[in-house]
Design a binder for this molecule. Structure first.
Ligand code: ZN
Length: 171
């Protein structure tokens, strides 16, 4: 009988650490390039279990904008921005970042940082959706559909900013 073995964990761990090191290396440069020097940005790296738990119905604190940047079918990163305090936290999903190459990781950093640039405006979206929901004029399904429509446009606007930044930077 062929002896079965677990996947080589050390290899995955090394790939993970390599991705983390890369993100840590490039982030300060993009922070400066995008004029975000004055923002206190922290990066967090979540394991598979934490990635699943994160964002599951937890309530945003006031001023926070969340993004779930999709890479293929897998969440790659979230950003929580407390724009009124000039602070932001970027959460990286470890199962996802292991599989992405440098180009995708750069694009994700720039996308998340674009959310930070636009955070004060994007927060209005969260506020408006809560206001509509509180009005009890629409069904939950209608509010969900409206929120999805808003978020799709917010994500597209953010991605447009990110792509403009990448092109201007010659990427
Ligand atoms: Zn996004």
């Amino acid at each position: 009988m062929t002896q079965r073995r677990k996947p080589a964990a050390t290899t995955v761990a090394k790939e993970f650490q390599s991705s983390v090191d890369f993100i840590e290396e490039i982030s300060p440069e993009w922070q400066e390039t995008m004029g975000l020097d004055h923002i206190e940005i922290h990066h967090h790296y979540l394991d598979a279990a934490s990635s699943l738990l994160f964002g599951a119905g937890t309530k945003n604190s006031p001023g926070t904008v969340r993004c779930a940047y999709m890479g293929g079918t897998t969440f790659t990163a979230f950003v929580e921005t407390r724009w009124n305090y000039q602070m932001a936290d970027v959460y990286w999903m470890c199962p996802s970042i292991v599989q992405w190459d440098e180009e995708r990781l750069i694009a994700t950093v720039v996308h998340e940082y674009s959310h930070i640039l636009c955070a004060s405006e994007q927060y209005l979206l969260e506020f408006k959706i809560e206001e509509i929901a509180a009005g009890n004029q629409m069904t939950t399904a209608d509010i969900d559909a409206l929120a999805t429509m808003y978020y799709e446009r917010m994500e597209m606007a953010t991605e447009n900013v990110a792509r403009a930044v990448l092109r201007a930077a010659g990427q």
